[in-house]
Design a binder for this molecule. Structure first.
Ligand SMILES: *[C@@H]1O[C@H](CO)[C@@H](O)[C@H](O)[C@H]1NC(C)=O
Ligand SMILES: *[C@@H]1O[C@H](CO)[C@@H](O)[C@H](O)[C@H]1NC(C)=O
Ligand SMILES: *[C@@H]1O[C@H](CO)[C@@H](O)[C@H](O)[C@H]1NC(C)=O
Ligand SMILES: *[C@@H]1O[C@H](CO)[C@@H](O)[C@H](O)[C@H]1NC(C)=O
Ligand SMILES: *[C@@H]1O[C@H](CO)[C@@H](O)[C@H](O)[C@H]1NC(C)=O
Ligand SMILES: *[C@@H]1O[C@H](CO)[C@@H](O)[C@H](O)[C@H]1NC(C)=O
Ligand SMILES: *[C@@H]1O[C@H](CO)[C@@H](O)[C@H](O)[C@H]1NC(C)=O
Ligand SMILES: *[C@@H]1O[C@H](CO)[C@@H](O)[C@H](O)[C@H]1NC(C)=O
Ligand SMILES: *[C@@H]1O[C@H](CO)[C@@H](O)[C@H](O)[C@H]1NC(C)=O
Ligand SMILES: *[C@@H]1O[C@H](CO)[C@@H](O)[C@H](O)[C@H]1NC(C)=O
Ligand SMILES: *[C@@H]1O[C@H](CO)[C@@H](O)[C@H](O)[C@H]1NC(C)=O
Ligand SMILES: *[C@@H]1O[C@H](CO)[C@@H](O)[C@H](O)[C@H]1NC(C)=O
Length: 361
């Protein structure tokens, strides 16, 4: 039965393709590669860049993507928490959408959300291209909603829109995958520079063989660097990765965590002062065996100790004392870091000969 449906689907796609293929953006498979299909790593936070076709408001974008809280959108765009829902969004502005990613069968896409209700006059391709600004292609919507006929949708019908995402680490580093729609006239180099990733990483994870084959409307998987955190694997928010330049609320709203490159790529978390969900009051956030509360730090001559966020359970908020050496005692480490800032080639070309010279000497 499944296979006859598949045969039917394929013949419809072929038929449609003969009519539309020249107009389509390069066809993508559902979602980004996501090999981490196992338990805890199978879901994570992800981001997508929505380019609004028309002037609108943050609240309307929130509704379109089914994001529960406006503050999630504010955090993903690093907008002040006081920004109102009627804040205007101009046509062609990019709004970063936060959503939960789910990996299965080696691909990642948004879990259930967003759900779009078909309006009068809609066709699937318009929904994919305009309403969701090319973040999906109509085949994705057709496949996930098991629509036998892509040209047959009914007003009022609810369609899941599978935003592409991934939960995989990249080059051994925690990242937040960001779905970026390529703008007309853009290039791999420009996108790499905009998001501070290497061109080769971008090309590898997107399986781009030739940078000049990039096309407007194509969705790229851009791995945005995430802050290191002390969040435990057994925490209810162990999935939480916070991208550079964003903030999130967690622990039933009790904690606000910010990732800022200026903070040494370490997640900075503090009590949010928001009304908690689930809990009537936020549990105490004091580090065990110390008089420090979440986000407090003390410095001795050579160490700085911070009470860091380590996750939460049904009953408590977990904390951990984290000590960083701040003195230049470990000069060798500091030097190693600055060496790393140079390219390896520089090291090989200039330093190694110098060292071997000394050695011979
Ligand atoms: C997922 O788990 C299975 C069994 O627990 C294991 O064999 C497999 O290697 C895991 N895959 C990944 C990508 O971790
Ligand atoms: C947003 O709404 C507030 C009141 O809720 C109003 O004072 C303000 O003018 C509105 N801003 C815009 C841009 O419409
Ligand atoms: C992701 O899922 C968690 C847990 O189910 C939920 O609390 C959170 O609001 C979701 N995030 C978004 C952006 O929908
Ligand atoms: C998993 O993906 C493969 C290839 O992409 C496909 O043939 C298979 O039907 C998928 N399985 C499920 C359960 O979706
Ligand atoms: C944007 O505005 C145009 C003209 O008003 C309209 O035809 C189009 O449907 C709108 N697009 C979306 C996605 O709302
Ligand atoms: C698909 O739906 C369209 C629009 O309702 C209809 O005209 C067409 O005949 C349908 N195709 C098939 C094969 O059912
Ligand atoms: C579609 O979703 C809307 C909003 O969630 C809901 O009110 C409506 O009943 C749903 N329609 C169908 C046909 O399920
Ligand atoms: C981090 O974000 C800031 C501001 O959002 C940006 O200027 C900087 O290039 C980003 N750094 C990296 C490595 O992504
Ligand atoms: C930043 O992090 C590095 C290594 O992770 C550490 O050596 C350094 O002391 C940190 N700097 C500050 C100001 O915390
Ligand atoms: C310690 O942190 C709490 C919030 O976690 C804050 O209210 C308090 O001012 C901080 N104390 C010091 C000395 O920084
Ligand atoms: C700094 O911390 C290290 C271990 O983290 C400890 O061995 C050392 O004594 C501390 N130094 C000071 C001055 O507190
Ligand atoms: C925590 O809450 C969840 C859902 O409310 C429940 O399934 C789970 O058993 C609880 N765990 C503990 C340790 O109370």
């Amino acid at each position: 039965m499944g296979s006859s449906a598949a045969v039917l689907l394929r013949s419809f796609l072929l038929l449609l393709c003969s009519l539309l293929c020249s107009l389509l953006p390069p066809s993508t498979s559902l979602g980004f590669p996501c090999s981490n299909s196992n338990s805890s790593a199978a879901t994570c936070q992800s981001l997508a860049g929505y380019v609004s076709p028309n002037a609108t408001t943050l609240a309307a974008v929130q509704t379109l993507f089914g994001v529960k809280h406006l503050r999630s959108i504010l955090g993903a765009n690093n907008l002040p928490l006081s920004t109102p829902g009627n804040h205007s969004v101009s046509a062609q502005d990019t709004i970063v959408i936060p959503f939960n990613c789910s990996c299965s069968n080696s691909t990642g896409f948004s879990y259930r959300l967003p759900v779009y209700t078909v309006q009068s006059g809609d066709i699937l391709d318009h929904i994919a291209r305009e309403v969701f600004s090319n973040l999906v292609v109509f085949q994705d919507i057709q496949q996930v909603n098991r629509l036998p006929n892509a040209s047959f949708i009914e007003v009022g019908q609810n369609l899941s829109v599978p935003l592409p995402c991934s939960c995989d680490d990249v080059d051994g580093e925690e990242v937040v995958h960001y779905a970026h729609v390529v703008a007309a006239g853009s290039s791999v180099a420009a996108i790499a520079a905009e998001f501070n990733v290497s061109e080769s990483t971008l090309m590898t994870i997107n399986r781009i063989a030739n940078a000049s084959s990039l096309q407007a409307g194509q969705v790229l998987d851009v791995p945005r660097k995430a802050c290191a955190s002390a969040i435990r694997n057994d925490s209810l928010d162990s999935y939480l990765h916070v991208a550079n330049g964003t903030y999130v609320f967690t622990a039933n709203n009790c904690v606000k965590c910010t990732c800022d490159a200026a903070n040494n790529w370490t997640l900075h978390c503090e009590p949010s002062q928001l009304k908690p969900s689930k809990w009537s009051v936020c549990p105490t956030m004091q580090c065990e065996g110390s008089n420090l509360y979440l986000s407090n730090s003390t410095s001795t001559s050579c160490n700085s100790t911070t009470c860091a966020y380590a996750g939460y359970t049904n009953q408590t908020i977990l904390t951990k004392l984290v000590t960083d050496a701040t003195c230049p005692v470990s000069k060798s480490f500091a030097m190693m870091d600055s060496f790393r800032a140079f390219s390896w080639n520089f090291f090989v070309i200039l330093i190694l000969p110098a060292l071997s010279f000394h050695h011979i000497w």
